[in-house]
Structures are given as C-alpha cells and as structure tokens.
Design a protein around this ligand. Structure first.
Ligand code: TPP
Ligand code: MG
Length: 366
C-alpha cells in the first residue's frame, strides 16, 4: 500500500477506502430518502431556518479559521465544521428558557441558542464585546441571559454540571429541560457514569447528547474504548437511549423532540448517541496525521448541509436562487460579526477581577 504525506500533513493512503465509499454513497442515498420523507411534516419557514442556521455556523467558522491564521484569535480554537446538524437540529427542538451546556467545541451551540454571532466572534478575538467579556475565548462562551451555560474545557466537566442544572429545574418545579453535549471521548470519564446513574435514579430532566465524531484528539474511538456502542451504555443505568444519524438535521431534531418530551413530562433523562464526523482537525493546531484524506472525503460526501440542501431542492421547497440569497445573507451576517469584533475594545484591566467569585445570593457582583 502506497502511503504519502500531503502538504497538510494528512496521510494519503490510496484506494484503501474505495469499498467503503460505495457503502457511504448508499448510506447517503438512504439518508436522503429518509430525510425527504420527514420534510413533509414541517412548514417551509422551519425548514429554511434550519438550513440558514447550519450555513451560518459553517461560514462563521470558516471565517474564524481565517481570523485565527491572521493572528486575531489566540489560544485554542476547535472548529465544528461537519457537525452542524447536531447543534442546530437539537437546539431547534427546545424552548428559549431551556438550558444548554456544551464542551469547548461550542461556537455553533452558542449561536443556535441565541448568542449573537457578533458577541461570539468578539469573544474569539478576546474583546470586551464578547459574551464572556473577552476573558474566556473560544472554549468559554457563556450567556446566562439565553440560558447558555458554557463552553467547558475540561473533557466531561459539563456532564455533572448539566445534571445539577437539570436537577435544579425539577427542584424548583419548572418544566425546563437541559441539553448536555459532549464528545465520545468524555464517555470514558467517571463523571459520565456517575451523572447518568444519578439522573435516572433521581429522574432528572436532562438530555445527554454524545457527539460521536469518532476521534478524541488524534485517537480513534476503536483505540480508546473497549465497547464502542455508546447508546447501549445507557442499559447499565436503565436510561432511554437512541442512536441517531448526526448528518441528518431532521433526524437529530426528531430524536431530541422525543427525548425532550420525556424529560419535560416525566422528568426522565435520555442518552442520544449522535454519529457525526469533524471535517477539520481537532483544533487549529492539529496537523491531522492520524487519519487519511480518503477517510475525510468519504464523510464529506455526507456533508449535512449539502444533504439537506439536496433534499430541499428535490422536494421543490427551495431553488438555486434561494440558496444564493442565503449565501449573501450569511456572508453579510458573518462580515458584520467580524467588523464588530475588530472594532470592539480590549477589556479594561479591572475586568480581570470581575466575575471571579459568585456574588452571595441576592447581591449583585461588583
Ligand atoms: C479532563 C481532561 N483530560 C484531557 C483533556 C485534553 N483533551 C482536550 S480535548 C480531548 C479529546 C476529547 O475528545 P471528545 O470528547 O471526543 O470531543 P471532540 O474533541 O471530538 O469534540 C482531550 C483528551 C482535557 N481537556 N480534559
Ligand atoms: Mg470526539
């Protein structure tokens, strides 16, 4: 087998996945048929909104990558390109007053939950106009106003926190639901198992969404996990679970709707294993030499945005003119975000001491 290194550091192993390509094309065809069947149940406005949001976060992140290489963004920056259907589909299934907690790969979740692209871009630039006042950066988006509670850099750290947030909703007698996102590598953490145990035992309204993109940094799932059927791990705690195609925005939305209903009405948690793939490296500094270009291309054939666009077009819901208009609107929105971030000032030095400790209940933080 001929192996060579490309300019990007991605290994090219010729034709090793050609057999798999046929399977992935077949999967793609089937997913498209299933998606088209689902389109019928939704109004045009909802469908277009899902498409628009996926395109917005894709172009937003492409622009972030550009800004990163220009030195405008410091620190770590983990892109979500390829996974858009997961955040957009699932967050479309909740109410504004529901909660979302995510990992450090969270730009899309923050935008989908309602933080403005301007505020997310300014946070990436470390500017005062950012949602965390420029002190958090890429991994620490946060806005309590829209119930987006981070942005967590410790792998799996958000899982017990989300369980607590969901418990608090139940304790206070509200019917709010919490969505908790994490990668498949976090499933090996004790915190995941402890949280699922408590969630079912105490009937906590939390939906655990494992974004299985098949890699934890440069380590494939097969190399790190003895039993890789993540949805089935729920059996140990008698939690309801589903395996979902993460490249199909409507499948993600529907599975989340089922889980959210269970949480809201019966205070029951659910584990969703959403199978997806990241098209970019783990972070902006990842040379990516642990997977082949052919493997990436294989999954790019199942690009969630292209899949959805094809379904919308084939069903006569949109045409090429609509797509051009979407591109133009998104471009304008992303450029506005960059302009805002560029023009936003750096945080004042006094900002360093703000929000370090929580204010005692009932008192405003200084
Ligand atoms: C407790 C802890 N251990 C290790 C790390 C270093 N680390 C950062 S990301 C990552 C991989 C996580 O992969 P996964 O959970 O699958 O999420 P993905 O990056 O694929 O979205 C690791 C090991 C960390 N941040 N926290
Ligand atoms: Mg992963």
């Amino acid at each position: 087998m001929k192996t060579e290194k490309s300019a990007t550091g991605v290994m090219d192993i010729d034709a090793s996945v050609s057999g798999e390509l046929a399977t992935i094309r077949e999967d793609h065809k089937q997913a498209k048929q299933a998606q088209k069947r689902r389109l019928g149940g939704l109004d045009r406005e909802t469908l277009l909104d899902l498409y628009y949001k996926m395109l917005l976060v894709r172009r937003f992140e492409e622009k972030s990558a550009e800004a990163y290489s220009m030195g405008k963004i410091g620190g770590f920056c983990h892109l979500y390109i390829g996974q858009e259907a997961v955040a957009v589909g699932s967050i479309s299934a909740i109410r504004q007053d529901d909660y979302v907690l995510a990992s450090y790969r969270e730009h899309a979740h923050a935008i989908a939950k309602g933080i403005s692209p301007e505020s997310v871009m300014a946070e990436l630039f470390g500017k005062a106009g950012g949602c965390s006042h420029g002190k958090g950066g890429s991994m620490h988006m946060f806005d309590a106003e829209v119930n987006f509670l981070g942005g967590h850099a410790i792998v799996g750290g958000q899982i017990p926190l989300a369980t607590g947030v969901a418990f608090a909703s139940k304790y206070k007698g509200t019917d709010q639901v919490t969505l908790c996102y994490f990668g498949e590598a976090a499933v090996n953490q004790g915190a995941f198992h402890e949280s699922l145990n408590m969630a079912q035992l105490w009937r906590v309204p939390c939906v655990y969404i494992c974004e299985n993109n098949q890699y934890g940094m440069g380590t494939s799932l097969e190399r790190a996990m003895s039993f890789q059927d993540i949805a089935q791990k729920s059996c140990a705690y008698e939690i309801a679970s589903e395996f979902v195609d993460g490249m199909d925005v409507l499948a993600v939305r529907e599975a989340t709707q089922r889980a959210v209903e269970r949480a809201r009405k019966e205070y029951l948690p659910t584990l969703l294993e959403v199978r997806t793939y990241r098209f970019m490296g783990h972070s902006m500094s990842d040379p990516g030499n642990y997977r082949t270009r052919a493997e990436i291309e294989k999954y790019q054939q199942r690009d969630p945005i292209k899949l959805f666009a094809a379904s919308l077009k084939e069903e006569g819901i949109t045409d090429d003119k609509d797509f051009e208009q979407f591109e133009a609107r998104v471009k304008e929105e992303v450029e506005r975000a960059v302009r805002f971030a560029d023009e936003s000032p750096l945080p004042e030095s006094g900002e360093l001491y703000k929000d370090v400790y929580a204010a005692p209940l009932g008192k405003k933080s200084s």
